[in-house]
Design a protein around this ligand. Structure first.
Ligand code: ADP
Ligand code: MG
Length: 289
């Protein structure tokens, strides 16, 4: 039978804004020593705004129009920023929209093949980033997410968006360090952007440019090395890693599929929920022993 104190713990969790799937999840969470966090939407607001538009051989307006045409089909937090930021540019329609998880988006606009995304997406379609690679690097070192826009396999522009770190993140990371947790960032975003955010937050370790499968593989590796691992994330791209972890933690504001893979769900979607859940888990386990 489930010990009474665990039932009390799960009930108390709900009032602290943490939904706990079952007693085992709470018990495992008390033993966790390593926390992996996704960046976009977890450490940051996940509501970026458009900051830079760079055009090469076309107009800036055209870059915005083409990018927005694709992003209207996407549910990624980056997409909303680009659509919003391109409101003043003429509207174009995309056909055959396709999202490439962890890389970007593709589709046909005015019978040209358009792709918008990171260097990995450009490599996938065989587009040379040469002329704009330095621009992208500079934007990333500012902590921005910069994406290439390609038309029929040639890079014609760069779009950058910036995503603020959540107000609650700094204190929460500090408190979690105080709980003795090692904190690792795993993000599909680029090395430069990831490092800029990690520096600001004193994150212990950074894995950038990782795919959803890489995130799950990282969880497996750490567990094999003897760590007890919790993974916190908000998106479809985090679901495999949430499922692989000792404890998956879904940000309640994120995708349903993340919630389904999670032992803990943070209703408000800020990391302070993890701090509260950790203290709750420790308290409950002390009562049982
Ligand atoms: P994170 O792990 O930080 O949540 P994702 O794995 O969702 O990031 O995305 C990784 C990268 O892929 C983004 O930084 C971006 O460069 C590119 N990307 C993903 N989705 C889109 C999109 N809808 N539009 C443009 N680029 C995208
Ligand atoms: Mg995310």
């Amino acid at each position: 039978a489930t010990p009474m104190s665990v039932m009390v713990g799960t009930g108390r969790g709900a009032s602290a804004g943490v939904l706990i799937r079952d007693a085992e999840a709470l018990e495992r969470f008390a033993k966790v020593d390593t926390l992996i966090v996704d960046k976009t939407g977890t450490l940051t607001e996940g509501k970026p705004t458009l900051t830079d538009v760079i055009a090469d051989g076309v107009s800036e307006e055209e870059v915005k129009s083409l990018a927005a045409a694709l992003e209207r089909g996407s549910e990624h937090p980056l997409a909303e920023a680009i659509v919003q930021g391109a409101q003043d540019a003429p509207r174009l329609e995309a056909e055959g929209f396709e999202a490439v998880t962890g890389k970007g988006v593709m589709g046909r606009v005015e019978s040209a093949q358009i792709a918008l995304g990171n260097a990995a997406l450009m490599a996938q379609i065989g587009a040379d980033t040469g002329a704009l690679a330095e621009t992208v690097e500079r934007l990333q070192n500012d902590g921005k997410t910069a994406m290439y826009l390609a038309r029929d396999g040639a890079v014609i522009g760069v779009i950058a968006v910036a995503d603020r770190i959540k107000e609650t993140t700094v204190d929460a990371i500090r408190a979690l360090h105080g709980e003795g947790l090692r904190i690792i960032m795993a993000t599909g975003d680029s090395q430069g952007t990831a490092q800029a955010v990690a520096r600001a937050l004193e994150i212990d370790e950074v894995h950038a440019g990782v795919s959803p499968e890489d995130k799950a593989a990282l969880v497996d590796k750490l567990r094999k090395d003897g760590a007890s691992v919790a993974m916190a994330g908000d998106g479809v791209n985090d679901a495999p890693a949430l499922a692989a972890a000792d404890v998956g933690i879904a940000m309640g504001t994120g995708a349903d599929v993340a919630v389904e893979s999670a032992g803990l769900t943070l209703v408000k979607g800020d990391l302070n929920g993890i701090v509260r859940a950790r203290r709750l888990a420790e308290g409950v386990m002390r009562n049982i022993r």
